[in-house]
Design a protein around this ligand. Structure first.
Ligand code: AMP
Length: 152
């Protein structure tokens, strides 16, 4: 693996866990925006989702394994984003990032909104696709209602 070496490369060093649909999209966007991105996935085929222009680094490994996180030099990260498809893996990685490595910005995807309070107790920010989708649907429906109201 190519290593981040100079201090400058650690600026805006973002670690993304899970190179699925969301993780790969984020990695492409943040890398295109000038971030130093490292992405981890336990399945090497997942990296095919990265765009050809992706300029970051990748590690194949299970992110719940602390050796993998050390290989990623997690201690130097300015943000860790856990977006695997497994809530338990996301919370474990997020806790390691917060509690052991004291990373300031830790964001985790959470499928089960009822578990959100556990994350917040540890100072972990969450994104919950079910909650975000419900809000978006509600927003679209209220726009429709507003249009209908104007037409009448
Ligand atoms: P998606 O459901 O499309 O967002 O994909 C989730 C990604 O997370 C997949 O590519 C999985 O291989 C990956 N993944 C799941 N668990 C882990 C883990 N413990 N460590 C690293 N990657 C994982």
């Amino acid at each position: 693996m190519k290593r981040l070496t100079s201090k400058q490369e650690y600026e805006n060093y973002i670690i993304i866990i899970g190179c699925g649909r969301l993780g790969a999209n984020l990695a492409n966007t943040l890398s295109d925006g000038g971030g130093n991105v490292l992405i981890i996935d336990k399945n090497k085929d997942s990296f095919r989702k990265l765009s050809p222009s992706f300029g970051g680094l990748s590690i194949i490994g299970d992110a719940t394994d602390i050796d993998v996180m050390q290989e990623a030099q997690i201690g130097n990260a300015s943000a860790v984003i856990a977006v695997t498809n497994n809530d338990n893996a996301n919370i474990m990685v997020a806790q390691i990032a917060r509690e052991i490595f004291h990373i300031k910005r830790v964001i985790a995807r959470l499928y089960d909104p009822e578990r959100e309070y556990v994350y917040h107790e540890f100072g972990i920010e969450t994104i919950c696709p079910a909650v975000l989708s419900a809000k978006e649907v509600d927003k679209i429906l209220s726009q429709d209602d507003a249009i209908k109201g104007e037409e009448q």
